[in-house]
Write a protein that binds this ligand. Structure first.
Ligand SMILES: *Cc1c(COP(=O)(O)O)cnc(C)c1O
Length: 484
């Protein structure tokens, strides 16, 4: 690929123009008429002056720098990088949706409210919950909402002694972080030798301090928590609520419902399970579903319907308040609704069935190459152990980076923490057998190379726009501002 590394600010030349403004003489198109006088700049901003083709090339080339689900396999465990059907985009571009303004009178956006109402109902049905809010903007934000609801529930009952939340040692980092942000102490429950919550240990941990247990099922090892009914019984007998991290819903749609497993509150990752584009920080949607006992605390406004119309209900006296501006990431909600409608109940069920089938197909190939420490089969993902690379002086990280040179996104690595050199592989239902077989061929090529030329693997990737990055610096010292 030929690449031009210039930033847009360094492109173009003085006086070059790529856009024609409407004729000054057309009424209502005069800048002075469109923009209030006091908001018009006196000094023009320092913007690049480019012609149209320069701008098109610049952004087209930028769009090719990153790996994406539209250009290759993306088995990033836990993140559910499934293909996002283009019909969702078509629906999201309907002008009636695109041109909505959040301050329009309610009577003029009944269609949007109907869509949100439909989505709330569909999600409640899929998860076995009673009510759903669409406000949270991401999974982690949904967790914050859900845990705030749990806190409001306990407080409202005067049960204020509960100050601790239990999370398994296999939990996603957002779980303990959320509990801590809600002011709870976090206690970790260990997994047993089968990769499930250790029931004996959990039993001992339960006391009147425990506000909630946060779980995902299947858990982050891709294994079903067989003791879930026992866990929910113990929790509820103890007055403890059960939180479901819905990131793994892709494994269970139409098969089993968190509500029926006894969970009281959950978040959905609409951008994962319900197939809206994600990555790079958003926009996403972490809608939250609750059992009716938590409904009085839901954020305002909540979309409701009476005999004649849909409306935004702000009259929820015990509400935890607003969680986000306006009504959630509406453009993501449109895509999720379009996905659910085009798939239908049967389609969603078969998506989960194929996701689990694909993961097991791949698992049976990978286990001949890498150790898979937990489970005999998996749900929608599995976690392999890359320790065998050590004998070549290599790590899981080297293996993951090597995949990039073959146009494959690496799996999630070094998570969950309870597997050494973890590689968490989630193929999703949208990949063909050929793609999965191709992946295995590439795995074999890299393993051969590990034997024959390990030093070369320490330097991979060679073909990507950037090589190995200082991930720590990117995290701790992020600076995305352009300076001349
Ligand atoms: C992705 C994920 C989250 C967080 O969701 P975001 O939308 O990224 O905030 C939480 N838990 C698990 C298990 C996840 O995979």
């Amino acid at each position: 690929m030929r690449r031009d590394n210039k930033l847009i600010f360094e492109k173009g030349a003085k006086g070059r123009i790529g856009y024609t403004f409407p004729d000054e003489n057309i009424p209502n198109y005069r800048i002075e008429e469109m923009i209030p006088q006091e908001q018009i700049r006196e000094i023009p901003p320092e913007l690049p002056e480019c012609n149209e083709v320069e701008v098109v090339r610049h952004f087209t080339n930028l769009s090719k720098l990153n790996h994406s689900i539209d250009n290759g396999f993306y088995p990033l465990g836990s993140c559910t990088m499934k293909y996002n059907p283009k019909i969702n985009e078509t629906v999201a571009m309907i002008s009636g949706f695109v041109n909505l303004h959040p301050y329009q009178p309610e009577s003029t956006f009944q269609g949007a409210l109907e869509l949100m109402y439909f989505l709330q109902q569909a999600l409640a049905e899929i998860s076995g919950m009673d009510e759903v809010t669409l406000q949270p903007a991401a999974g982690a934000h949904g967790e914050l909402t859900g845990m705030s609801l749990i806190r409001a529930y306990h407080d409202d009952r005067g049960d204020i002694k509960r100050n601790t939340v239990i999370v398994p040692d296999s939990a996603h980092g957002t779980n303990p972080a959320t509990a801590a942000m809600c002011g709870y102490k976090v206690k970790e429950v260990e997994s047993n030798e089968n990769g499930r919550v250790n029931l004996k240990v959990l039993k001992k941990m339960l006391n009147n301090d425990i506000a909630a247990i946060m779980l995902t099922n299947p858990n982050t090892l891709g294994l079903f928590e067989d003791d879930i009914l026992e866990i929910q019984k113990l929790a509820h007998e103890n007055g403890t609520l059960l939180y479901y991290d819905g990131a793994n819903m892709n494994a269970i749609m139409g098969k089993i419902r968190p509500g029926d497993m006894g969970f009281d509150v959950l978040h959905y990752n609409l951008h994962k399970t319900f197939s809206t584009p994600h990555g790079m920080g958003g926009p996403g949607s972490g809608a939250v579903g609750v059992k009716s006992k938590l409904a009085p605390y839901l954020p305002v406004p909540h979309v409701k319907k009476d005999e004649e119309r849909f409306y935004l209900d702000y009259d929820i006296p015990k509400s935890i308040g607003k969680i986000r501006g306006y009504y959630g990431n509406f453009n993501v909600l449109i895509r999720a609704a379009a996905y659910i409608l085009t798939m239908g109940a049967d389609g969603l069920r078969s998506a989960s069935e194929i996701a689990v089938l694909n993961a097991n197909y791949l698992r049976n190939k990978i286990i001949k190459r890498f150790k898979i420490p937990f489970g005999k089969q998996c749900m929608h993902e599995f976690v392999a152990d890359g320790s065998l690379l050590k004998k070549y002086g290599l790590k899981t990280l080297d293996f993951a980076k090597a995949l990039l040179d073959y146009g494959i996104h690496p799996p999630t690595v070094y998570f969950p923490l309870i597997v050494h050199e973890a590689m968490m592989i989630e193929p999703t239902e949208t990949e063909s057998k050929e793609t999965l077989d191709h992946f295995v061929e590439i795995v074999d090529k890299i393993l051969e190379q590990a034997q024959s030329d390990p030093d070369k693997l320490k330097e991979v990737p060679y073909t990507t726009p950037v090589r190995r990055l200082d991930e720590l610096k990117a995290n701790k010292d992020l600076n995305v501002r352009y300076q001349k």
